[in-house]
Design a protein around this ligand. Structure first.
Ligand code: M6R
Length: 631
């Protein structure tokens, strides 16, 4: 996921942008860049490397001799929230942080990087006190991770500088049209058409704002775009369609970013741009324009609340480990105020809002992507078994193109950590006209999905910085279990047992976390294998899929997840001594079946690591075992 950051105000924009980009690093990226405009002069920097390299380049040019870095102090209190309803939380989000400033040290390493500056004769007199700048972390989609493909992109005359998230679907049409006008493109990206088209429109209209709006109106696809130009040296121009942008309103300075994380240390007041909205932002003003209607939109800034503790790494080596260790607290937070063990009650304030409509639901479709999709599959099994309502889970990217009957007794649930995933948003938008009830199971408070749905239940997992989702999966499964119990209205023999088990879950996860040294040892033993299989049955099947995704994503080792029963229908052919299997062999009615699958694998010489409740039962069969508590 790419990241966008922007600043306009009296400070050194570069310092804020570099710190903002560092905050956005958690999204993953392969190149980074920034441009700032001071005294009508644009200074552009790019690197196919880390943000720290970009900082070195900026500092080494002498352009930022006094550049400042913003560092958060350690917070003192936790901001855990008790459950409150969807609407209230959706309208207010989070922040606050203490900021101190320290100066930077520069270690130049110029050869790998690009720095250039260009001056234009501006139609406006630059205010020497105001600096404007934008930055970007890029995850390559159109074009390899090369310097020429890194953002910001500019037009041939270096007038307009653009950062962009999303995809310009009609970029080829625009490019062809501009090439016919002798415009030469320098990059392989879809993004470059934006500044080039902007320059073309500006030549015709002679007005930056009008040229920007005209350009944005020509784009098809999904975008969040931020633009600066020496022609208007104290202004940022931004626009959004299906890709998030949030504006931070400061005191004589304003901010913009693709998510609130980098701005929340500086201001609590924010405006989340809606689809088809553009913004013209100076240090003292923020004008929002509806792109299609061309009219001003009235938007009142929201107050963010944020617990900065979540954003800090603490003693952990990386965010993923930190978040794995937060799993027990994640479950506690998801259950807090909702699981009333004494009263044997599930209280979901967000669903009470749509109580009446829920009575008529006879079919549920869950839409989601990636890890959230696998959590949704667990949710499917849970809701069907506990609440007896038929559920199907669809990958949002497929669902949006399917033609299928929907009616008012169907409910669509969107499951998403970020609440901003374009395919999941598009799936929700697709069902807008059918009168179906739309629920959200979302972690990010105030996110687009939270705002688009009729009701929902927040995951309360706190901020998930690691791109590899772990605690969000756990929170989603917990919340889906609560929804299943809520929908059952107590009419399931499992009701009490489930409530008691959910209550014990955090303590059981703590037991598993203590296994880290033993699991590390196992990882070292198997580190040289290049292929892994994960198998499980019933609830363990989606867990096997998620396990395989995590291994791929984090170690670049090929891994596949399969339902144990599918092994004999083809995949067994792959198994040999170089293809280990992670078998999810927990006690329960399907344990014997999983044992049979393990036998099949052993018969082909495949090593087996079993995750089980009772290692004695796997003696002489599994090569290694990881014992976890029974639930
Ligand atoms: O924010 P979302 O839950 O909607 O994101 C969906 C997927 O992109 C996400 O779950 C992804 O698969 C994980 N981060 C991978 O670990």
């Amino acid at each position: 996921m790419c990241g966008i950051i922007g600043y306009v105000g009296p400070e050194q924009a570069q310092g804020f942008i570099l710190d903002g980009l560092a905050t956005l690093e958690y999204r993953g990226y392969d190149s980074a860049g920034l441009v700032y405009i001071q005294n009508n002069e644009a200074h552009l920097f790019k690197t196919v490397s880390r943000v720290e390299k970009l900082r070195e380049l900026v500092n080494s040019t002498g352009a930022t001799a006094s550049a400042l870095s913003l560092v958060s102090e350690r917070p003192t209190a936790s901001g855990l929230e008790v459950d409150s309803d969807w609407l209230r939380e959706t309208q207010t989000s989070r922040t606050n942080g203490t900021v101190k400033r320290v100066s930077q040290e520069a270690k130049p390493d110029i050869p790998e990087m690009l720095a250039e500056s260009s001056a234009l004769h501006s139609s406006r007199q630059a205010d020497p006190e105001v600096v404007v700048g934008i930055g970007h972390t890029r995850w390559a989609t159109h074009g390899a991770p090369l310097e020429r493909n890194a953002h910001p992109h500019t037009d041939s005359d270096k007038q307009f500088y653009v950062v962009h998230n999303g995809i310009v679907e009609n970029f080829q049409d625009i490019k062809t049209m501009l090439e016919a006008q002798s415009v030469t493109f320098k990059s392989d990206t879809d993004t470059e058409v934006i500044p080039q088209l902007l320059a073309y429109n500006y030549r015709k209209l002679g007005d930056v704002k009008e040229a920007f709006l005209k350009t944005i109106r020509s784009l098809k696809g999904a975008y969040s775009v931020v633009m600066v130009t020496p022609l208007s040296p104290d202004t940022m121009y931004a626009a959004r369609l299906s890709s998030p942008l949030v504006i931070g309103i400061g005191d004589k300075e304003n901010f913009i970013a693709s998510d609130p994380t980098p701005i929340m240390e500086h201001t609590k007041k924010v405006i989340f741009l809606n689809d088809y909205e553009a913004a013209v932002i100076t240090a003292e003003s923020c004008e929002i324009i509806h792109i299609k209607k061309g009219k001003l939109a009235k938007r009142i800034p929201e107050e963010l609340e944020y617990d900065p503790e979540q954003a800090l790494l603490g003693d952990h080596p990386n965010f993923m480990i930190k978040e794995v260790y937060e799993a027990p607290q994640t479950v506690r937070s998801a259950l807090l105020g909702r699981l009333r063990v004494e009263q044997k009650l599930i209280k979901l304030g967000g669903l009470e809002l749509v109580e009446e409509q829920l009575r008529y639901i006879d079919r549920i479709i869950i839409v989601s992507c990636g890890t959230s999709f696998y959590a949704s599959l667990v949710g499917e099994y849970l809701i069907e078994e506990i609440a007896g309502i038929p559920v199907e889970v669809q990958q949002a990217s497929e669902f949006k193109y399917r033609v299928e009957p929907l009616n008012r007794s169907t409910m669509v649930i969107a499951v998403s950590q970020s609440g901003e995933t374009a395919d999941t948003l598009a799936a929700l938008e697709k069902v807008a006209g059918y009168g179906v009830l739309r629920l959200g199971v979302v972690n990010a408070v105030g996110s687009s999905i939270a705002r688009l749905t009729d009701a929902g239940v927040y995951c309360h997992a706190g901020s998930e910085q690691s791109v590899a989702s772990t605690k969000a999966f756990i929170a989603q499964v917990t919340v889906l279990a609560l929804i299943a119990l809520y929908l059952s209205d107590g009419n399931t023999p499992l009701y009490e047992e489930m409530i008691n088990e959910l209550d014990k879950l955090p303590a059981k996860i703590e037991v598993i976390l203590k296994l880290e040294p033993a699991i590390k040892k196992l990882a070292k033993k198997y580190i040289h294998h290049r292929d892994f299989l994960y198998i499980g049955r019933r609830y363990m099947y989606p867990v096997a899929l998620e396990g395989a995704l995590k291994l791929k994503e984090l170690s670049y080792i090929h891994a596949e997840g399969y339902a144990g029963g599918e092994m004999k229908h083809g995949p067994l052919a792959m198994i040999d001594e170089n293809f280990p299997t992670m078998a999810l062999a927990l006690d329960g009615e399907l344990f014997e079946k999983t044992m049979s699958n393990i036998q099949e694998i052993k018969a082909r010489g495949g090593p087996v690591i079993a995750i089980c409740n009772d290692p004695a039962k796997l003696k002489d069969l599994a090569d290694d075992v990881i014992k976890i508590p029974k639930t």
